[in-house]
Design a protein around this ligand. Structure first.
Ligand SMILES: [Zn+2]
Ligand SMILES: [Zn+2]
Length: 304
């Protein structure tokens, strides 16, 4: 399966020049399964870029996608009004998220496009739309089995494991790790997975100076869980809006010292997983797009 990062930032987009090597859009990933099924993880501002890519590849429509929401904080839903495939009646999107109390997932999502906030009502987005409310459970999407588990975040949050053809991805962001040891729910969800994408919003220093209870974790806590779950690779994700490229480079290097098979998520990064391949390197290919590589080289020589 192909996993692509369209938005890697937490909180709010960061269009400043010093933050674009890792990326400025908020949480959005796409997973394309071997049978063509499209799964979208969160709908932050990165969703706009995915929408443009889908329109280029499917100009006539006919897209069927499933959007899995970790939760509905702004940085996980703000791409929806700008996701152009939702305006094509030939497309169908299923919105899947936690069952809320006293309202519905559909009403919560539609609320973002209340006329006071956005001029186009979600009802005027002409694609077919369906809504599925879930708890902790397992279900299938195309050739994948999805498992959902509750995480620790204000207002609740859901982590997902996507398992298909011997390959597995775990998406566990917006989760506050508490206590010194590994976190049982995360370890259970991620056991033996190829990839664990985990919330590393804060540095350990930031976390211990007043950010407890804010619903996010650090790279150190991510490493504790990655080791305990025995994952092949850890992806640092949900970068703080105030961390620039230089700070993220330091975080990435520290995490890699502690857990060598770790990498910080970058906007545009593609990870291709082949669950049938034997060798570790054949099983997982990581590709950072050329323009980003070019930027990295340029900034390297500028510093030298
Ligand atoms: Zn978030
Ligand atoms: Zn959140």
């Amino acid at each position: 399966m192909d996993l692509r990062f369209w938005g890697v930032r937490g909180g709010i987009p960061t269009p400043e020049a010093g933050k674009l090597r890792y990326g400025g859009n908020t949480s959005c990933l796409s997973v394309e399964l071997p049978d063509g099924t499209l799964i979208i993880l969160d709908a932050g501002t990165g969703l706009r870029l995915l929408g443009n890519d889908l329109r280029r590849r499917h100009p006539q429509g006919g897209i069927q996608g499933h959007i899995l929401f970790s939760h509905l904080h702004w940085d996980h839903i703000q791409g929806i009004p700008f996701f152009k495939p939702l305006f094509n009646p030939g497309n169908h999107f299923e919105f899947i998220g936690q069952r809320p109390e006293g309202t519905t997932l559909q009403a919560q999502l539609e609320g973002q496009q209340n006329y006071a906030y956005f001029p186009v009502d979600m009802g005027h987005m002409s694609s077919r739309k369906s809504f599925r409310e879930i708890g902790e459970e397992s279900f299938t999407l195309g050739c994948a089995t999805i498992t959902s588990r509750r995480l620790n975040h204000p207002g609740g949050c859901m982590g997902y494991r996507i398992q298909s053809g011997g390959a597995s991805i775990v998406y566990a962001t917006d989760n506050e790790h508490t206590g010194p040891g590994p976190e049982a729910a995360v370890v259970e969800l991620a056991r033996g997975a190829d990839l664990l994408i985990f919330d590393t919003n804060y540095t350990p220093e930031e976390y211990s100076s007043g950010r407890q209870g804010w619903g996010h974790s650090t790279w150190e806590q991510a490493v504790v869980n990655a080791r305990a779950a025995g994952v092949d690779r850890l992806v640092l994700f949900h970068h703080d809006q105030d961390h620039d490229d230089a700070e993220l480079e330091v975080i990435e290097a520290l995490a890699a010292e502690a857990f060598p098979r770790s990498v910080a998520a970058r906007e545009g990064m593609l990870i291709r997983l082949d669950g049938q391949a034997r060798g570790m390197e054949e099983r997982m290919l990581i590709h950072v797009p050329e323009p980003l590589l070019h930027d990295v080289r340029n900034s390297g020589s500028a510093c030298a």
